[in-house]
Every structure is written in structure tokens, then in C-alpha cells.
Ligand binder design. Structure first.
Ligand SMILES: [Mn+2]
Length: 315
């Protein structure tokens, strides 16, 4: 029987995995979406933060698939991404029937599809909005995970991507989840996100990266952490070595690692070489000291870091 796969971006974060689960719940509860046999799936292993959350709430992760698992009769719903470089490799764009996303659209389809794009802070804010529109209420566990995803994507409502809608939805989900200490819950999530102790240097560089095509290929990894100081000081040299290796492997023109302190609200960029230094200074100003550039309170890769780099490259 034909299936509908709901899938987030490669290198899935909590927002993309949980939003896929939320949409499965919505499609099962409200048949008007006409997505039979909907299944939330993932394209890569879940990250330490999502692992922590699934353990905390006793949830099994969605199944990991490859394009080979999708038959020509199946449909695909993309969530938390739209552009080709973020999609599961080798899927047929003709099979994409719907997209729910909060990123910049970069699309070209030969057939009409359903699209819900909202510039809110999290795909789960959109998923909850769609649920509400259809009189569907998430159960307590799903509400907890959706709240966690919103807190994670908006860095506890502190990121520049945060909107009034995220806060409003967060409040409603907290009630459904019966979570009263939002700050405490956010801190737990940040600590799990920061826990990179089990990762090698290369895995750290590849933990949460996006490759942007700004005329030049730009790899931007972001480490959202409560341990910025130790990462930027103690671990810097081995991270720079791993950055050099990943840059060669990925054949990108520029590679940046943004080390964001989510409690202090500050980002330091690790600068690999002269090319990165020139673009980073053009983008953010300031001075590179020991391969590090302090870019201040900028925490959002999507809204602050990537657009500034794009502008600097295209100047
Ligand atoms: Mn997201």
C-alpha cells in the first residue's frame, strides 16, 4: 500500500524530528489531509539532544530510511526544510506532495504542491497551528516534545528568530504538557545539546552543520553550548585540525564553526584560514584573535550569521 513519508532535513535536529511526528499525529487524527499511511521517518541518526528527550519521555525514535525505501507509489512530505541540499539524498522531487517549513524558500517544482511557510521560530509552532486549525490536540508526551523543539530552535525564546507566536504556542503546549518550570526545562535541553563529550572532533564539526550555496559553498557548523569558554580555549587547536580535514572532504570554499553560548547570548566564530578571516571581518567587523572572532549577541545561523556571510561574499 502506498505510504506517505514525513521527513525532516539531513542531520536532523529536535525540531525536524518532532515536527514530523506531530504531522503524523495530525494526519492520523484528521483525514482531510489525505495522506494515507503517514509515517514520520528520519534520514540520519538523531542527535544527543533528541536522544535525551526521547529517553526522558520514553519515546522510540522514528525509523531511519534511505531513498531506496521509498517506492514510486509513495508520497513525501518535507518538514523543517525545503531546499534540495537539505533533503534526504536521491529522493524524487516529483513525489513531494507537501512542505511545512520556516526557512527561506528555494524551490522549483514542476507540479503544484501544498505549502505552509511561516517565518516563526520553529516548525513545531507551525505544526501546532495546523493542529489547532483542525481541532486536533497533541497528547501530553507529544506536547512535551513539541515544546522542547520550540525551546531548542528558539534557544529558550532568546534567538532573533523568536516570534510572539512561538511564545503563545509554547505557553499552550506547556499547559498540555503540564510543565510549569519552562526555564528549568530549557536548561535541561541546553545541557543535553551541549553534551558533546561522546563526540570526536570531526563529529563536533559535523554535529549541526548546513552547507549554503552563496556563489561560494559555505559550510557553517553551530555549537550551541553552555561551555563556550572551554571549547574555544582548550579544544581549539584540535577543532581547527578537524575543520581543515572536513573542509577538504566536503570540498567547500569556506568553513566556519560558530560556538554559541546560549546562556550568555554570545557567538564566537572559529576562523580556519585567511579566506574565512577576510569574509568574516567583512560580514561582522572586529578583529580575529587566535583564530577566533567574537560576533557578539548573534545566535541565529539562519537569520543573522548566514545572511551576513552571504552579503559579504556577494559584495
Ligand atoms: Mn527548525
Amino acid at each position: 500500500m502506498a505510504k506517505t513519508y514525513i521527513i525532516g532535513h539531513v542531520k536532523p535536529d529536535t525540531d525536524s524530528v518532532v515536527a514530523a511526528m506531530a504531522l503524523q499525529y495530525l494526519y492520523e487524527s484528521e483525514k482531510c489531509f489525505c495522506h494515507p499511511n503517514a509515517e514520520a521517518v528520519i534520514s540520519d541518526k538523531i542527535n544527543p539532544e533528541t536522544t535525551f528527550l526521547f529517553e526522558k519521555f520514553g519515546i522510540t525514535a522514528p525509523r531511519q530510511i534511505t531513498a531506496q525505501d521509498i517506492t514510486p507509489e509513495d508520497s513525501i512530505v518535507l518538514v523543517d526544510h525545503n531546499e534540495e541540499s537539505q533533503r534526504l539524498a536521491d529522493i524524487n522531487p516529483q513525489q513531494i506532495v507537501e512542505i511545512i517549513d520556516h526557512h527561506k524558500a528555494n524551490l522549483n517544482f514542476s507540479q503544484p504542491i501544498f505549502m505552509t511557510f511561516k517565518s516563526w521560530g520553529s516548525s513545531n509552532t507551525i505544526a501546532y497551528f495546523l493542529m489547532k486549525q483542525n481541532n486536533v490536540t497533541p497528547d501530553k508526551t507529544l506536547a512535551s516534545l513539541m515544546l522542547a523543539a520550540i525551546l531548542s530552535d528558539t534557544v529558550g525564546f532568546k534567538s532573533a528568530t523568536t516570534t510572539q507566536k512561538d511564545k503563545e504556542v509554547g505557553k499552550e503546549l506547556a499547559e498540555l504538557a503540564e510543565i510549569t518550570d519552562l526555564d528549568g526545562f530549557a536548561l535541561e535541553i541546553f545541557k543535553a545539546k551541549s553534551n558533546i563529550s561522546s563526540l570526536s572532533d570531526e563529529q563536533i564539526i559535523r554535529n549541526d552543520y548546513k552547507i549554503f550555496d552563496f556563489g561560494k559553498k559555505v559550510f557553517v557548523d553551530q555549537l550551541e553550548t553552555v561551555e563556550q569558554k572551554s571549547l574555544v580555549e582548550t579544544k581549539k587547536q584540535s577543532l581547527l585540525d578537524a575543520m581543515k580535514q572536513v573542509k577538504a572532504e566536503e570540498k567547500v570554499d569556506l568553513l566556519f564553526v560558530a560556538v554559541t553560548d546560549i546562556l550568555k547570548v554570545n557567538t564566537k566564530l572559529l576562523i580556519l584560514g585567511e579566506e574565512e578571516e577576510a569574509i568574516a571581518i567583512k560580514a561582522f567587523g572586529g578583529e580575529v584573535l587566535n583564530n577566533t572572532l567574537d560576533i557578539g549577541a548573534k545566535m541565529s545561523r539562519k537569520k543573522e550569521i548566514a545572511p551576513a556571510l552571504e552579503k559579504a561574499i556577494q559584495q
